[in-house]
Ligand binder design. Sequence first.
Ligand SMILES: [Zn+2]
Length: 184
Amino acid sequence: MMVTTHAAMGAALVALLPLSPRLAGVAALAAFCGGVFPDLDLLVGEHRRTLHYPDYYALCALPLAGLAVLRPLALTACVAAFVGAAALHSVADAFGGGLAPRPWLSDDHRGVYCRLGRRWLHPRHWIRWDGAPEDLALCGVCVCVVLLAADGHVRTLAAATLPVSVAYTALRKRLPDLAPWLVE
Ligand SMILES: [Zn+2]
């Protein structure tokens, strides 16, 4: 899935929670950032392994959400939203395509790395590849949810992901030839 889809999905999920208006905006913003965070391992380390933790993020998100319910402060809400969105991102990558430069060929068994199982989870191809039409559609739905349900700067950020996602979707199948360094 595109990083923009992950970001919008995290923000959309938090925007739908019944949070107090005091916390809702910053928590959705933190979730947007948490949705982006795992893919920073495109820049350092091994993609979908170094900063992707489908197991540990999820295990941490539950007590952090409990703490945010018991102590509803901006800090606790933001940390829980950030880690929860990073967990959602990492788990969702197992339902996308593989890691190879041309994931539409289904020629790679690596979806996301699971440390507890010490193995790669296989890509399920529900979203066939990053930048597939269904990926863009999911991104669009999540952006609409953020625009309708959230407040504050996260709405601007979410809206800004749409033109980026449309351009990426349009170019995705040509990227291995246009910019091989970007997809390898
Ligand atoms: Zn990812």
